[in-house]
Ligand binder design. Structure first.
Ligand SMILES: [Zn+2]
Length: 246
């Protein structure tokens, strides 16, 4: 406790840094060996003890590195057996830059491809829990609909609830991976700070959301798909205008 308090008083947690960077170095080293094929998909990684000896690091460092690689989906660990290389090495989504308007348009196009399908599945498969979740997400969205900054997160959560209601976990995982920045409006005030808050735009978006919501609640499969298409196509049009304006 005293040591922690002292560190705090000095305004630094310098003590932690060397260990952190050692595990980061080990992560980088193992990533490199996986990328260059030293360890191929399905291969077992050397044991904790072997890694400790090879790299002259502590067990904690090895465990941190392994758990980092596991969190990234590059390794899976089997209790008492060891860590294995998955087949997902090096094939991760690029981080998405929401300030790049062309990237925003590509993202909306991609979302159309997956979210129209997700909305259709949601209308077909939603259960009582999904309906409850969708209602609370839609209510939250409605409460914030006319506030350009506040509605971004509820908008994202509403789309996540639809992905969840599709009952195919990959829709949800993809949307979670991309993050709230899939909502293009999240950076609009950064891209175009001089544009006044446009209530008619916000009202239109809310009507689009309501159409999606109603169709899913009604179990209207083609209606849900069409409403999601309309929502994202309008989004494309709105952003297409910004691209040509800046
Ligand atoms: Zn939306």
């Amino acid at each position: 406790m005293n040591a922690g308090a002292n560190n705090k008083e000095q305004g630094m947690t310098a003590k932690l840094e060397p260990r952190k960077s050692l595990s980061a170095q080990l992560v980088a080293e193992l990533r490199e060996q996986i990328a260059n094929g030293t360890f191929a998909p399905g291969d077992k990684l050397p044991s904790e003890n072997e890694l400790m000896q090879t790299y002259e690091v502590s067990r904690t460092v090895v465990r941190e590195a392994i758990s980092g690689l596991r969190a990234d989906g590059i390794l899976i660990t089997r209790q008492g057996v060891g860590a294995f290389v998955t087949n997902q090495t090096g094939k991760r989504l690029e981080p998405f830059d929401p300030l790049d308007l062309k990237a925003v348009l590509h993202m909306i196009e991609f979302r159309k491809a997956i979210e129209m399908e997700a909305a259709e599945f949601a209308a077909a498969r939603r259960d009582d829990n999904d309906l409850k979740e969708l209602k609370s997400r839609f209510d939250e969205l409605t409460a914030n609909a006319l506030d350009a900054k506040e509605f971004v997160l509820p908008d994202y959560n509403f789309h996540l609830a639809i992905a969840r209601a599709s009952h195919n976990p990959y829709f949800l995982q993809i949307e979670e991976h991309i993050g709230a920045q899939i909502i293009p409006h999240s950076k609009l005030h950064v891209l175009a700070p001089d544009i006044p808050e446009d209530l008619s735009f916000l009202k239109a978006v809310q009507v689009e959301h309501e159409h999606i919501y109603r169709a899913i609640v009604d179990g209207d499969v083609s209606g849900a798909r069409a409403a999601m298409r309309t929502h994202l196509e309008h989004s494309q049009e709105r952003y297409g205008r910004y691209v040509s304006a800046v």
